[in-house]
Ligand binder design. Structure first.
Ligand SMILES: O=CN(O)CCNC(=O)c1cccc(Cl)c1Cl
Ligand code: NI
Length: 188
């Protein structure tokens, strides 16, 4: 199981590299990596276990963040309203992901973003595409082509950025971190 000690921090060159495409069928190691990347999110989103293992909670985790420069990331975006009986908004390990199209309209989380690999708060809006069409392979090699919007779209873009050596604060406006463009959607 990954713990905070396994998380590579900003400054390590692996976080600024272009990750390598993953070959199918997955090797045993890559299957284990995929499992561990998702397990981290599940454990970190469980209050008791998060506390027990002293984790920082996350809704995504990219392989370069555990020192593996491969095109793989886990995404687990919980459903915040109770009545959905905990069915996540999006849950999968996205392998060789490609954003095949994105909306002109931009979107950002009102509370900004954070990153396990960045040990400091970097305030400001992280402008991203409000909606994306994402193509990826799952651990079984099945091709998926899905349209995402709002929180899941933002998280997937944060993770895919990691695979291209980009960190969230690269997108924050230097002069005015909380600059709001009039056609931007803000996601709570
Ligand atoms: O790359 C993944 N992480 O660094 C895990 C920790 N950050 C988050 O869970 C997180 C928090 C806020 C907004 C976004 Cl978009 C994300 Cl992704
Ligand atoms: Ni991150």
């Amino acid at each position: 199981m990954f713990l905070m000690d396994d998380i590579v921090r900003d400054g390590d060159p692996v976080l600024r590299q272009e990750a390598k495409k993953v070959k199918f069928p997955l090797s045993a190691d890559d299957k284990k990596l995929a499992h561990n990347l998702m397990e981290y999110l599940e454990v970190s989103q469980n209050p008791e276990l998060c506390e027990k293992y002293k984790l920082r909670a996350g809704v995504g985790l990219a392989a370069p963040q555990v020192g593996v420069s491969k095109m793989m990331a886990s995404v687990l975006v919980p459903n915040d309203d109770e009545n959905e009986k905990g069915k996540p908004l999006f849950k999968d390990v996205i392998i060789n992901p490609v954003i095949v199209s994105n909306s002109v309209q931009r979107g950002a989380l009102t509370e900004g973003e954070g990153c396990l690999s960045v040990d400091r708060d970097v305030p400001g809006y992280v402008p991203r595409s409000a909606r994306i069409t994402l193509k990826y392979q799952d651990v079984d090699g099945n091709e998926h082509k899905i349209r995402l919007k709002n929180y899941p779209a933002i998280v997937c873009q944060h993770e895919i950025d990691h695979l291209h050596g980009i960190l969230f604060y690269d997108h924050i406006n230097k002069d005015n971190p909380f600059k709001r463009d009039d056609d931007e959607v803000f996601i709570y």
